[in-house]
Design a protein around this ligand. Structure first.
Ligand code: SAM
Length: 229
């Protein structure tokens, strides 16, 4: 899978060189590149922002550097790319979004800063690929980098081969619309706290039932919206 990110703070993306995604890059499963938007400016100050038409607080990202960045990055794309604008005004990113995007060959993340990006950049991107505006939650960050990293990690770990044990993807939170059950490791008793006896019973059918009941109970308590309640 190929993933590009366009940002004015490309250093953020060094986090993707660590751990499993770093290994996935080394193994050629993930081809990630961060592009500095300022490389597509032509003035001495490498300007990427300007005041908004119609007034209002703050600055907006101007269209020209974005246009040049897309022409450069998407010009090399063999596959129809999905261009993702990180935005608190977008659809909310979910595990189902991650699953869907993990099946695509080329993703491009556009990371906004300031008060966001001139709308014509989004309109122009739509002539180059499939555009999605995606939020990681109902709160406002200073920029799109942290949001893009969260999405990239959630997507890339679903790409076959990135996680060594594919079974661990099956039983985790959100894989079946429920939150994960509580988990325990050794020792069986720690500081007076005991592991639920059923997990020590060796009875796999009972363990599976206990885990499912725990999933439903936890989901009902913490995220009743997932159960449609
Ligand atoms: N004025 C914008 C608004 O009210 O929708 C917020 C701009 S925010 C300060 C700067 C940038 O951070 C956004 O353009 C977006 O790229 C990113 N961002 C902020 N919150 C985000 C979120 N919840 N999910 C994804 N990206 C976010």
């Amino acid at each position: 899978m190929r993933i590009d990110a366009i940002s004015i703070f490309t250093e953020y993306f060094q986090a993707l060189d660590l751990s499993l995604l770093g290994k996935a890059q080394a193994a050629g499963l993930l081809n990630f590149k961060a592009h500095d938007l300022r490389d597509y400016t032509h003035d001495r100050h490498r300007t990427v922002d300007d005041t908004p038409y119609g007034g209002g607080a703050g600055m907006l990202m101007k269209p020209e550097p974005w246009g040049e960045a897309f022409d450069d990055i998407l010009g090399e794309s063999d596959d129809a790319p999905v261009i993702i604008f990180t935005s608190p005004a977008g659809e909310v990113f979910k595990q189902s979004t991650a699953r869907e995007l993990a099946g695509r060959k080329h993703l491009v993340f556009a990371c906004g800063r300031y008060e966001g990006i001139d709308q014509r950049v989004v309109d122009y991107a739509a002539t180059k690929g499939e555009v999605r505006l995606i939020s990681i939650g109902d709160y406002v960050l200073n920029g799109g980098e942290v949001a893009a990293i969260a999405m990239i990690e959630a997507i890339a770990r679903l790409v076959p081969g990135v996680i060594g044990n594919a079974e661990s993807l099956v039983e985790e939170s959100h894989s079946d619309g429920l939150l994960e059950y509580p988990s325990y490791t050794k020792p069986s008793e720690w500081r007076g706290l005991e592991v639920p006896p059923v997990l020590l019973s060796g009875n796999h059918a009972l363990i599976a039932k206990w885990r499912h009941d725990q999933q439903v109970e936890r989901t009902r308590q913490v995220r009743p919206d997932l159960l449609g309640e």
